[in-house]
Design a binder for this molecule. Structure first.
Ligand SMILES: [Zn+2]
Length: 365
């Protein structure tokens, strides 16, 4: 009997300790963002949210079109789904169709357009103010829990940039007269009058003032985030800010995350609650462990919560993204220090019952 009491005295504290650790792990898991990007939905909202509950999905990154539906917002609230609005900034085909002079210009003097990817000049004061006003309006009208700032960078069709890409062939923008005027005004640089073509000017800047140019271009992007984040917080104090990042590590393509995309991660993170790299591994010809490597690279620059977004099925390439690759990608995306995962997109995921089962097994267990 005494022996049993002794055993009880030893094992109980161990059991309690184990349960506490287990519970805190579960709580840690519960803090995770399990999100989907959703652009459109036809059919029952009750069924949609009930399925999300089953799958453990707790956050929706919604298009403005969807968020503007009263029924959608109400049903999301009732089901405890956190709602972010996806807010594209410098990608704006409608504005460019209406005012083609808004196009950003490449170092060759061409408009910033490749297939569907087309970008607005990030220096246009009028356009920047319009974006800030749009953010205010959306938050006033639809009261989202968060704003997910997308296309907040310079022009590049990164979805088709593969590991063997020569960095020198990546586009650098914007060399239009607005940007060149602001660049000279806001730095000590003075572009010689003898340079006439855009290509000549771009060559001279790159050759002589590469660092000033890169810093100034990054500031354009960071400044835009700051303006949007401050306006959003004025309308709704405590609103959450997420930023979509190009999935490039600091050293990839000779530092193109800054020199091409203009995304200065430590600077951007000052204004964000979450950073969401678009780690679409299959699309950019990387293996699933690459997803975790990008999360780690960002974590070493900032301790913000990082929520990698992963693709659900193939895009741009013919090769299928099979079940095994999906599962491995999800497991890599969730590895610490990740703060969760965002699936791109619900519409795509919804077509694949077997992938939803894999997701459920991983998220709910
Ligand atoms: Zn410009």
């Amino acid at each position: 009997m005494k022996f049993l009491q002794y055993r009880f005295a030893i094992t109980m504290p161990i059991l309690i300790l184990f349960m506490t650790v287990f519970q805190s792990c579960r709580q840690g898991q519960d803090d995770r963002i399990i999100g989907v990007k959703i652009y459109d939905h036809q059919g029952s909202l009750e069924e949609l949210f009930s399925e999300w509950r089953d799958l453990g999905i707790n956050t929706a990154f919604s298009s403005l079109a969807l968020l503007s539906s009263d029924e959608y917002r109400l049903a999301a609230r009732e089901n405890g789904i956190s709602m972010f609005v996806i807010f594209p900034v410098f990608f704006n085909p409608e504005a460019l169709a209406e005012s083609p002079d808004l196009y950003a210009l490449t170092h060759q003097g061409a408009i910033a357009k490749e297939e569907w990817v087309e970008f607005v000049c990030p220096s246009s004061e009028e356009y920047r103010n319009l974006m800030v006003e749009n953010a205010r309006d959306i938050i006033r009208k639809y009261d989202p829990d968060g704003i997910s700032i997308d296309f907040i960078r310079h022009f590049v069709f990164w979805e088709k940039v593969y590991p063997d890409r020569n960095p020198a062939t990546l586009p650098v923008t914007c060399f239009d007269s607005t940007c060149l005027a602001h660049f000279q005004l806001e730095t000590a640089v003075s572009i010689p009058d003898s340079l006439t073509s855009t290509a000549e000017t771009a060559g001279w800047i790159t050759e002589n003032h590469h660092n000033e140019w890169t810093d100034w271009r990054c500031n354009l992007i960071t400044g835009m985030v700051q303006e949007i984040a401050e306006a959003a917080s004025e309308i709704k104090p405590g609103i959450l800010i997420n930023i979509h990042l190009i999935p490039w590590a600091q050293e990839d393509f000779n530092g193109a995350i800054k020199t091409v995309a203009g995304q200065d991660i430590p600077a951007l993170s000052q204004y964000a609650d979450f950073l969401s790299p678009m780690t679409y591994a299959h699309m950019v010809k990387r293996e699933p462990p690459w997803i975790h490597s990008i999360v780690k690279d960002i974590y070493l620059q900032t301790e913000n919560k990082i929520i990698p977004s992963i693709q659900v099925n193939k895009a741009y390439l013919d090769k299928e993204l099979d079940l095994e690759e999906f599962e491995e990608s999800l497991l890599e995306a969730l590895k610490p220090p990740s703060g969760g995962v965002v699936f791109w997109s619900w519409e795509r995921l919804n077509q694949e019952a077997d992938k939803k089962e894999v997701l459920k097994d991983i998220i709910m267990n």
